[in-house]
Design a protein around this ligand. Structure first.
Ligand code: 3HC
Ligand code: NAI
Length: 700
């Protein structure tokens, strides 16, 4: 096995190269290797100085996040940075790729940072609910000034090479060979007194106006600081750079880091980081599977979803043809796309040139025959199985060789596949509305879907900047199947005594941006009503609202009233009367329901359904379910997703509450699932489950 950090002398200069694939994270062996290199170069008579480099595409991606929560192994990263900073010879970082978090903190211990054109510098700890814990909050302000350091640390955004030099975060972008440029800098610095290192510099802190500029930047973060503990900690730590000597500032930074690291919110965010990446590891996909190239996409249906999906392709630079049944339908779709892009241009998030380039990639056509020549077809016509089967049957020969995907919300992909002569090419690509915005893509693997077709859908999803999650066939797949449990309970809570406002408040206080009823009003109640009528299902309160014409915001009234186009709904006494009428009719004696019960009745049945989904192998991992909820339904990231939340609460409690609610309401769907009961009895969590479906292969 190669050393995690190699050491060599080249042209009279020591070069320490970090090699810890895939991203050169600062695992214990890397920390030890860097410390040894700093000490060795200091003593090495052949070395005029030291250059730090990264092998592969990353310089150093930061601390090894998988080590958090395990007992610390020395040396600490702070010790490594201090050793670099104490080296009596010049030390230069040659940064060819990402230098993130601890990776940038290592570079801040050097005398200079020379960048390759693809270098990106950043302190993304904030996104994991943390703050930089190895000097980033103390040395960055000393390098670029506290007023610039604060927003950089609080956003966690990567700074590209040229911008980094402009900000003073790095010294230069190398023209030509990076290592040579780093050597040149070492030689410039060698043999004379070294410039002041960051541990002794205070000029940026004492500059006129520095404190005022910092406080203004802190003020701009006040709202976030109230909601996110890491933002408050970052402000405090950076402010300390004014008020404390470096040593003391570092000590306090460490305390804050440990506090945040042990907070359940950071644990949840770290879970999200790995769950999102794990979702790319697909069970049962042979290693040699290669996705097919998709150079021409076709979308069927220019409705709500078809237009959003088409824009996703165009936004990723993939030519796309939208097919409708007639010119009027096409025109409606064309207008929807033009309006969406116009809004982005107006908001300044898209230039007119980029809009034109995207529009040029979208063409329209009438009639299925226009699907000829497609590499991938995404069907987004009405939610009717017979129609979809007929379309798949025709696509079979119209678009030979194409991967055939349905965007259906609930319907049976196996049935669509069976309507073709090549079921191996058929699968689901379930986008979420608005499809050009939402990041989730459920890739539905049907019984006969080939590995190649699956890999193609996943690869395309990633190109579209989506987070693809592979799921199995069932009614509603993962997301909508779990959502329907929540919807059911929300309706029942109204019947039993809650108000729409109480139900929505329970979920917004849990962390969702919107409750189920505000959401229903926004989406329109008529869609669900139509589905219920078609399937013979009922939801007495929702049905009564629809019968009264209260179909949501578009009608100015739904679960709430929206006087004169107001966007925020107001409680409406008419709704209360209507709900009470439903309770009477059902013979239910209304009662006061606590917020705790409301929250548990909304969230725990979803977890229960998640357990059934795992039992059936519809999702391979609990983390996949979490990713679905995070990116498809705006589950609050700091709660890590429903299955992570279940583990955080403890499965025994969830099983016990579900059983109690089943007894109390007589609703047997609330009875805890076998897997939930089993794990609760074992004292285990969902996180302990092994992925289902065989060995995994990371999607290309
Ligand atoms: N620790 C452990 N594993 C990491 C990691 C890290 N910091 N960063 C990435 N990985 C792993 C991923 O889990 C993934 O594993 P897999 O192959 O098993 O799926 C693999 O590396 C590749 O990662 P990506 O799929 O994300 O690869 P990309 O090329 O898309 O992106 C990246 C690379 C930009 C480096 C991205 O992975 C990233 O942003 N990483 C996190 C960076 C970060 O948050 N650093 C700060 C850490 S906290 C810290 O440094 C604390 C310090 O202040 C004390
Ligand atoms: P929509 O009613 O807005 O659009 C459907 C479009 O398909 C219409 O414009 C219609 O003219 C067209 N169409 C019908 N038959 C056609 C044919 N034979 N060839 C070409 N075009 C045809 O419906 P929406 O909301 O876009 O839904 C489409 C599909 O996406 C459905 O299966 C739905 O379940 C699914 N879906 C919907 C989501 C949503 O939030 N609306 C979310 C995810 C999936």
């Amino acid at each position: 096995m190669p050393e995690a950090v190699s050491y060599r002398i080249q042209d009279g200069i020591a070069v320490a190269t970090v090699e810890n694939p895939p991203v050169n994270a600062l695992s214990a062996t890397v920390r030890a290797g860097l410390l040894a290199a700093a000490e060795r170069a200091a003593q090495d008579p052949e070395a005029a100085g030291l250059v730090l480099a990264g092998a592969g595409s990353a310089f150093i991606a930061g601390a090894d996040i998988s080590e958090f929560g395990k007992p610390p192994v020395p040396p600490a990263l702070a010790e490594v940075v201090a050793a670099l900073e104490a080296c009596p010879k010049p030390v230069v970082a040659a940064i060819q790729g990402v230098a993130l978090g601890g990776g940038l903190e290592v570079a801040l211990g050097c005398d200079a940072r020379i960048l390759g054109p693809k270098a990106q510098l950043g302190l993304p700890e904030v996104k994991l609910g943390l703050l930089p814990g190895a000097g980033g909050t103390q040395r960055t302000p000393r390098l670029i000034g506290p007023a610039a350091a604060l927003p950089m640390i609080a956003s966690g955004d990567k700074v590209p090479a040229a911008k980094a030099v402009e900000m003073g975060l790095a010294d230069a972008v190398a023209e030509g060979d990076l290592l040579r440029a780093a050597f040149a800098r070492v030689r410039e610095l060698a043999g004379k007194p070294l410039p002041a290192r960051l541990n002794t510099r205070t000029d940026r802190l004492t500059a006129p106006g520095a404190r005022e500029a910092f406080e203004a930047a802190a003020q701009a973060l006040a709202k976030r600081a109230a909601d996110e503990p890491q933002i408050a900690a970052i402000i405090e730590a950076v402010r300390n750079s004014f008020d404390m000597p470096l040593e003391q500032g570092l000590k306090r930074e460490r305390e804050l880091f440990v506090m945040l690291r042990d907070d359940p919110r950071s644990k949840a965010l770290r879970h999200v980081f790995f769950a999102e990446r794990q979702a790319a590891h697909i069970p049962g996909l042979p290693k040699e599977t290669r996705p097919r190239a998709v150079n021409q996409a076709v979308v069927l249906g220019a409705g709500t979803m078809g237009t959003g999906i088409a824009m996703s392709f165009a936004n990723a630079g993939i030519p796309v043809r939208i097919i409708e049944t007639d010119a009027a339908g096409l025109e409606r779709g064309r207008k929807r796309i033009a309006d969406t892009y116009a809004t982005s241009v107006k908001r300044g998030s898209l230039t007119p040139e980029a809009r034109d380039a995207r529009l040029a990639l979208i063409e329209g056509a009438v009639g299925l025959e226009a699907a000829a020549g497609a590499d991938l077809v995404v069907e987004a016509v009405f939610e009717e199985l017979e129609l979809k089967k007929e379309i798949f049957g025709k696509l079979d020969s119209i678009a030979p060789g194409a991967v055939l995907a349905s965007n259906t919300s609930y319907l049976d992909i196996n049935a669509m596949a069976a309507a073709t002569s090549r079921p191996q090419d058929v699968l689901g690509m379930h986008f979420f509305s608005p499809a050009n915005v939402m990041k989730l893509l459920e890739v539905v693997r049907a019984e006969k879907t080939s590995p190649e077709a699956l890999a193609t859908a996943v690869a395309v999803g990633r190109k579209l900047a989506k987070v693809p999650v592979v799921v199995g066939v069932c009614h509603g797949f993962v997301g909508n199947r779990m959502l329907s449990r929540r919807t059911q309970q929300a309706e029942r809570l109204l019947q039993e005594g809650a108000t729409p406002g109480q139900v929505d408040k329970a979920l917004t206080e849990f962390g969702f941006r919107m409750g189920p009823f505000a959401m229903a009003d926004l989406a329109g109640l008529d869609i669900g009503w139509r589905v219920r009528k078609a399937t013979g299902a009922t939801a007495p309160v929702a049905d009564a609202l629809c019968e009264a014409g209260r179909i949501g915001q578009k009608a100015g009234r739904g679960y709430y009233a929206y006087p004169e186009g107001a966007r925020a709904g107001q409680p409406d006494p008419e709704v209360q009367t209507l709900i009470e009428g439903v309770s009477r009719k059902l013979g239910i004696t209304r009662r006061d329901i606590s917020q705790e019960e409301i929250t548990e009745r909304l969230i725990y049945p979803m977890i229960n359904e998640g357990a059934r989904i795992l039992e059936e192998g519809i999702a391979a991992r609990p983390g996949d379910i979490d990713v679905v909820w995070l990116y498809g339904y705006n589950w609050p990231a700091w709660r890590g997703g429903p299955m992570h939340h279940a583990d955080a609460v403890g499965l025994p409690r969830i099983a016990e509450r579900l059983a109690a609610y089943a007894d109390q309401t007589g609703d047997e769907s609330l009875r805890p699932a076998a897997l939930l009961r089993q794990l609760a009895a074992e004292g285990a969590g969902f996180g302990s489950l092994k992925p289902r479906g065989g060995n995994t292969t990371k999607a290309a």
